[in-house]
Structures are given as structure tokens and as C-alpha cells.
Design a protein around this ligand. Sequence first.
Ligand SMILES: [Zn+2]
Length: 269
Amino acid sequence: MTNTPDTAYRVLARKYRPETFADLVGQEAMVRTLKNAFEADRIAQAFVMTGIRGTGKTTTARIIAKGINCIGPDGTGGPTTEPCGVCENCVAIMEGRHVDVMEMDAASRTGVGDIREIIESVHYRAASARYKIYIIDEVHMLSTSAFNALLKTLEEPPAHVKFIFATTEIRKVPVTVLSRCQRFDLRRIEPEDMIGMLQRIAAGEHAEIAEDALALITRAAEGSARDATSLLDQAISHGAGETTVEQVRAMLGLADRGRVLDLYQMIMR
Ligand SMILES: [Zn+2]
């Protein structure tokens, strides 16, 4: 997680966005597989990340992109699962401005023309990084003809190119594309991991929040780290002193179930 001192207010979800594999909460299986692959120098040509929203698919894609292109603080390092975060590649990727790391959202660019643009650019070597990386978010939104065009490139990808796809709906991605990708299923984050993460963020913000309030936020977030973090963000900016479970309940707009039931029974009588 970032520890950069910030005077300007930043939303917590951005401030605490994981920047290394070690920061990723509750995705140990994926991290282990990636570590093994990187150490054996067998980095897949294409990856696909799937999972519900807010489980860190695009964040993971960026971390992989950094790991593949990191050159280390002294500029001599190779691909690593512990990107240094300080080399020019790491910094530019983190800020989303690396010329060799293209991020596109298939939800807004789904046409075959857009894919053709990509395909034409894959043959040019990377400008400064080790690999050119194409991150395509919500890849299931691509049109059939766009998928067909992409498939041709996946069948014979240039050695200097890697693809990282992310999707919430893996069943809508053609099997022909999936079969050429290393697939990772990002799990919903378990409640205990989520509470631990929220506690670390609250401590980092010098905010006090009751344990049962954190449990309520965790339940409302349904396994999404991003949702949990933004709920925490709202909760602690509302509360002066310790944030209580009542404040969080009010914030979430949960009706007091007991009172609703009383009312119902009264009507029935
Ligand atoms: Zn680096």
C-alpha cells in the first residue's frame, strides 16, 4: 500500500489501492501461481482475470504489468513478482501513463475497428519497456468480429507482447480466447480478511471505528474490497470520535428491522 505523504485529500480506495502482490488481500492462490511462473521464467502470453466487481481485477492487471516490466531501482532487474515501485516503468505504470502499457475499456470501445487499431500496433516493438502490455477491461463486451480479430493475434502473438484481460462475466468470453489465457478467478474477500484490511486503513487514517461497525461494512460490501473501502471512507468522515455501529447502520440506510416488524404486526392486528 502507498505510504506517500499526502496533504491533498484522496479517496481511500485510491490511496490504499494495492501496489504489490503482497498488498492484495485474500488472493493468495493467484499470487502463488504467478510467483512460481515468474520465477521459472514462464510468464504467460495472456492472462484473464475474472471475479465480481471490486475484487481487484484491474489493480492486479497493473501489478502484473509492473512486475513484467520492472527494472529495479538500479535499472538492472528482470521480471519480478515484487515490483520495486520506484523505477521509471513502475512509476509510469502506476500513474497510468506508460507508453507501452495500453489500458482500454471494452465497454466503451467494442468495435472491430478499435481492435484492429490494437492489432496493427502489436507488431511495433515496445518504446521503452521490456514488453508491450495490453490491458482490456470488461473484455466480454467486445463484439464477435472484434473477438475474431483478437484471436488471430493471440494465436501468433509477437514475443514482446502480453495481454491482460479482465471480466466480470467470463462465460461471455469465447472459449477460443480463454484457451489461450492463463486464468485467475479472483475470490470474494473473506470477512476476516476484509475486517483486517479495514482495520489497517482506519489505523493509517488515525480513525477510530467500532468492531461491529466494521463487521456491518464488511457485510454490506459482499466481498468487494473497493466497496468496503469506500463505505469506510464515508463512515469515518461522518463520525467525530469513534464511529459507532449505529452511525454506520444509518449511513447504509438500513431500517431498524425490529421496528419494521413491530409495525407489520400492528397492521396485521
Ligand atoms: Zn520497478
